[in-house]
Design a binder for this molecule. Structure first.
Ligand code: NAD
Ligand code: UDP
Length: 323
């Protein structure tokens, strides 16, 4: 059945792919974005389609819409982006969630929250399971994002319990792919941009910290499945690729796949940088029948191809501290 679907942050890296998929499925899609960390080029190919429209709006302000489903993806996601204006970041998670949950409550819409592995902070439990309550520094430089997303989960569960709002919560682990902002400062975009330019690859710390990288198509499959699951499974559920790499291993892979002559350069490790991160995805497998299909080498190849096809000067760094 055709649904009216609101995607907040719909012009962003993940949001634009979600728009693309749901437009192709024939749904009536509203992409809402303030374009803080994204470009119109991400959704340009969808403009003009009769089942797609764009609203320039900030979710920290109320809005009146009639929809059946809401994917709440709006929030700067890269550390350099969310630390640029930390107070705005936490407002986006908290006020934005209240506003979107209000729309869901009024319309009886189903609403999915893009939460994050950051709710686990610098984890003492490895791999991370959903029942682990996390280790977040509430006064550190990542707190505006981590604590904002934690409060958003609280709001989602309280609207669910108190107001019967039909909610879904996914905890997304590091996801990469075409349409990442090339200057977002995240590790995959930095390494690819540096490798293609034969510039030094910036390793923060000794590079022994780990991350587990999920390709964007796998992620989009998972969140659509989560939204539409028939079991009324609310989550939170971890979504990510459970294959873990050190940052040094990632650098070596990117250099090799890019055929680059880049050298490694060490920079100080930012404070509160999590040392290990890997999702336990047993719950997603059991409840959603989902697991990722795309291995790092294949996903990096697609991402490299996309980075080769863009013009870096078309991208506006939203923050000066991207390196
Ligand atoms: P992104 O920065 O590309 O997308 C975020 C989008 O939200 C952008 O288009 C931005 O302009 C918009 N936005 C930001 N603040 C807004 C506001 N106040 N009002 C309206 N729009 C606003 O990042 P992404 O990687 O696509 O992340 C999408 C969502 O997924 C975010 O909520 C993020 O926290 C979550 N997430 C992503 C990852 C990942 O690895 N990519 C991991 C965990 C969680
Ligand atoms: N990192 C790095 N060099 C870079 C960018 C990031 O070594 O140029 C490291 C960063 O310190 C972290 C990991 O890569 O340990 C992932 O960083 P990212 O900003 O992509 O996401 P995070 O998972 O930390 O939110």
């Amino acid at each position: 059945m055709i649904k009216r679907i609101l995607i907040t942050g719909g012009a962003g890296f993940l949001g634009s792919h979600l728009c693309e998929r749901l437009v192709a499925e024939g749904h009536d899609v509203i992409c809402l974005d303030n374009f803080f960390t994204s470009q119109k080029t991400n959704i340009q190919h969808l403009l003009g389609k009769p089942n797609f429209e764009v609203l320039r709006h900030d979710i920290t302000l109320p809005i009146f819409l009639e929809v059946d489903q809401i994917y709440n993806m709006a929030c700067p996601a890269a550390p350099g982006h969310y630390q640029y204006n930390p107070i705005k970041t936490i407002k986006t998670s908290v006020l934005g969630s209240i506003n979107m949950l209000g729309v869901a409550k009024r319309c009886g819409a189903k609403i999915l929250q893009a939460s994050t592995s950051e709710v686990y902070g610098d984890p003492e439990v490895h791999p991370q399971v959903e029942s682990y309550r996390g280790s977040v520094n509430p006064i550190g430089i990542r707190a505006c994002y981590d604590e904002g997303k934690r409060v958003a989960e609280t709001l989602f569960m309280d609207y669910h319990r108190s107001n019967n709002v039909d909610v879904r919560i996914v905890r997304i682990f590091n996801t990469y792919g075409p349409r990442m902002h090339p200057y977002d400062g995240r590790v995959v975009s930095n390494f690819i941009r540096q490798a293609l330019g034969n510039e030094d690859i910036t390793i923060f710390g000794d590079g022994s910290q780990t991350r587990s990288f999920c390709y964007r198509n796998d992620l989009v499959d998972a969140i659509i499945t989560m939204m539409n699951n028939e079991n009324h499974f609310v989550g939170p559920v971890n979504i990510g690729n459970p294959t873990e790499f050190t940052i040094l291993e990632l650098a070596q892979k990117v250099i090799e796949l890019a055929g680059s002559s880049s050298q490694l350069m060490h920079k100080p490790l930012p404070s509160d940088d999590p040392t290990r991160r890997r999702p336990d995805i047993s719950l997603a497998k059991r409840e959603l029948g989902w697991e990722p299909k795309i291995a790092l080498a294949e996903g990096l190849q697609h991402t490299l191809d996309w980075f080769r096809s863009i013009k870096l000067q078309d991208y506006r760094p939203p923050t000066p501290n991207y390196n």
